[in-house]
Ligand binder design. Structure first.
Ligand code: AMP
Length: 284
């Protein structure tokens, strides 16, 4: 039986009993193969793995899906138990435990969150930052394992770890995809069968765009390429939020593509009412 840890006091007792390295995998539940891949990485590289399942209210906007976000702790735990992954425990706190005061402090990296997803989800990354600062302070893991799927999140969390001198190594694990190429996501549950097949166009578009990138290309030219690719998705009925190529390290634009540099090709779009994101890293 995997221990379910509900309170901060229980978590502290649990952590105190663990000796050797602990890898921590924070999630919002509705687990799928993407989440399991992070847990498998943790299991393979660290003596102990702790999973958290917490639908963090502060990272949802007013008109977002906090209320309807899928929650089923029992089936999440059963999925992990059936996968052969070994967990020291699952931390599944209630909101009151994580946010004891009604007013929540602001931890913000505006220079990293004022772009890509941050533009259409104001406050989202502040919510991610505060919850992770709390969790990392409590757990003090040797490694924090996160998915490349949420690429902007990994850049912000890397900076959070550095700025607050947290003794944790951030591991970014590759995106797990459906056979169609669609990045696995808890929100894929919202898609109808037709929407699901349309959604696989996002990854095809990223691959196509990434294959066009060459050393020396100017930013303005790449913006045009992005617009053309975005238009072909819009023509198929996908509602675009953004399609951009930025420097992977700091999410900044650039003058021209340089050899030896890594870039992120990132997309967010609505398929039906469901907002999906994906990205590819391209090293030139
Ligand atoms: P979430 O539960 O959506 O907040 O995600 C929890 C963690 O799982 C984050 O680090 C995500 O980046 C990661 N994750 C979500 N989907 C995938 C995927 N398809 N492949 C790899 N990691 C993922």
């Amino acid at each position: 039986m995997i221990p379910i840890i509900r309170t901060i006091a229980e978590l502290k007792r649990h952590i105190a009993l663990i000796s050797g390295g602990l890898a921590f995998v924070p999630t919002m539940g509705a687990l799928h193969e993407g989440h399991l891949s992070l847990l498998r990485y943790a299991n393979a590289h660290y003596p102990h793995t702790l999973l958290s399942i917490f639908v963090n209210p502060t990272q949802f906007g007013k008109n977002e899906d906090f209320d309807k976000y899928p929650r089923d702790l029992e089936s999440d735990v059963a999925l992990v138990a059936g996968s052969g992954i070994q967990l020291s425990g699952v931390f599944a706190p209630d909101i009151q435990s994580m946010y004891p005061y009604e007013q929540v402090p602001l931890v913000s990296f505006p220079f990293l969150s004022n772009k890509l997803c941050g533009k259409s989800r104001p406050g989202h990354f502040d919510g991610v930052s505060i919850v992770l600062l709390k969790l990392l302070n409590l757990i003090r893991p040797k490694a924090l394992v996160m998915g490349q799927k949420d690429y902007q999140q990994t850049v912000i969390v890397r900076r959070l770890i550095e700025e607050f001198f947290i003794e944790t190594e951030l591991v970014v694990s590759p995106t797990v995809r459906e056979p169609s190429g669609l990045a696995m996501s808890s929100r894929n549950q919202y898609l109808s069968t037709e929407e699901r097949s349309l959604a696989s166009e996002l990854y095809a578009c990223l691959q196509n765009l990434a294959s066009r990138l060459e050393v020396g290309m100017k930013y303005e030219f790449i913006q045009k390429l992005c617009s053309e690719h975005a238009k072909s998705l819009s023509d198929k009925g996908i509602k675009m939020d953004y399609l951009e190529v930025l420097q992977a390290q700091d999410l900044e634009p650039f003058q021209e593509l340089k050899s030896g540099m890594q870039y992120v090709v990132a997309i967010a779009a609505f398929v039906g009412n469901t907002r999906l994101i994906d990205n590819i890293l391209k090293k030139l």
